[in-house]
Design a protein around this ligand. Structure first.
Ligand code: KG4
Ligand code: ZN
Length: 332
């Protein structure tokens, strides 16, 4: 079995995965949403201190499995330096004391493997990653050949939901609450721009849309609940239409038959429906991760680590460091 640790942002999570069957044996996650909601976003120092409390608590529950462990895997990039370090320190201590090899996993690659939990991997596949820190299209040809072919010029998709929620006073994280509010609103009631609509470039941008939400919130101030719902619905429609427009351009030149959406924001059902329709038009198969594994978790890190373990891709325990930037290759 592999023990995996995830602490790249505000979720402390540890999982244990069987190598041959890929079965999830244990998983626990402690989220910090409540501690960050007051600040409207993640405060790195607070997050790191909460990981230092939560990770040992979860590890305590893993002790019965220690005897069967073959390796320890940990997210080392990208993410918040201070929180990544909490996971890495724990992983190093475990490897040294139990005499196990250490596997480093890129968080973005981990999200991609959320598609293959308890399953065989499927390649080639084009993947839209929508999380709090990233919005990108990744072309994955194999476990060791993954390239970023499009990314955001400014904010990420998930981040734009967080900022929209903050402007409307709805709390953090914004994604689930904006989606909930949007259900009760009229998506055609407030005119908001669709970013980069007339540009042929395959790239994403959310800062202009965010500003338009700010202006709408000011225009209708003081905001009643129904107006907030209408803003959420109109914002969600514009943000998803933007993704659909850019993917349409991408699909016209990509021959890959399988397409997937991963990352925390891939839990958004409006987005899932919109992109399922688009994939239907292009005769592409669409894949999603199970809802419980869309947001950050150690299960996807453990699943990804199985591939590294099979290749014998181990790290120098003393020398391994974290990196705030992803190790996935970007095509220029
Ligand atoms: O992947 P994730 O858990 O963490 C990062 O790697 O960043 O993604 C978290 C992000 C947050 O910005 C959150 O607001 C967004 O995903 N999110 C959503 C939804 N659920 C979470 N965005 C839109 N709709 C949702 N239902
Ligand atoms: Zn993530």
């Amino acid at each position: 079995m592999i023990l995996s640790i995830e602490s790249s942002c505000d979720d402390s999570s540890i999982a244990i995965t069987e190598i041959d069957s890929k079965k999830v044996i244990f998983h626990k996650k402690i989220s910090q949403d409540e501690s960050h909601t007051l600040h409207g976003g993640v405060v790195p120092e607070i997050a790191a201190r909460l990981h230092a409390e939560a990770l040992p608590k979860i590890l305590e529950e893993c002790k019965p499995y220690f005897v069967g462990l073959k390796a320890v895997a940990v997210t080392t990039s990208p993410g918040l330096s201070v929180t990544l370090l909490e996971g890495l320190i724990m992983a190093k201590a475990l490897c040294m004391s139990l005499g196990l090899p250490l596997i480093a996993i890129d968080h973005l690659k981990g999200h991609l493997y959320s598609l293959f939990i308890e399953k065989e991997a499927l390649f080639p596949i084009s993947v839209l990653l929508v999380s709090g820190g990233h919005t990108m299209i990744i072309e994955a040809r194999s476990d060791s050949d993954m390239r970023v072919v499009a990314s955001t010029l400014d904010d990420s998709f998930g981040e734009s939901f967080d900022k929209c929620a903050k402007m409307l006073g709805l709390g953090y994280p914004g994604g689930p609450i904006v989606e909930k509010y949007a259900k009760g609103g009229d998506k055609d009631s407030i005119e908001l721009p669709i970013p980069l609509k007339d540009s042929s470039e395959i790239a994403f941008s959310f800062s202009g849309l965010k500003n338009a939400v700010r202006l709408a919130a000011e225009r209708y101030s003081p905001l009643d609940e129904q107006t907030k719902k209408n803003i959420c619905a109109s914002f969600q429609k514009s943000a998803c239409e933007h993704l659909a427009n850019k993917l349409k351009r991408y699909f016209k030149k990509s021959e890959t038959k399988s397409f997937a959406i991963v990352g925390g924001a891939s839990a958004n059902l409006y987005l899932r429906n919109r992109l399922s329709k688009l994939c239907g038009e292009f005769h592409k198969e669409i894949l999603f991760a199970p809802l419980e594994y869309c947001s950050d978790n150690a299960v996807m890190i453990g699943r990804c680590a199985i591939e590294s373990y099979k290749r014998g891709d181990f790290e120098d325990i003393v020398g391994l460091d974290i990196s705030p930037k992803s190790r996935i290759f970007t095509l220029s």
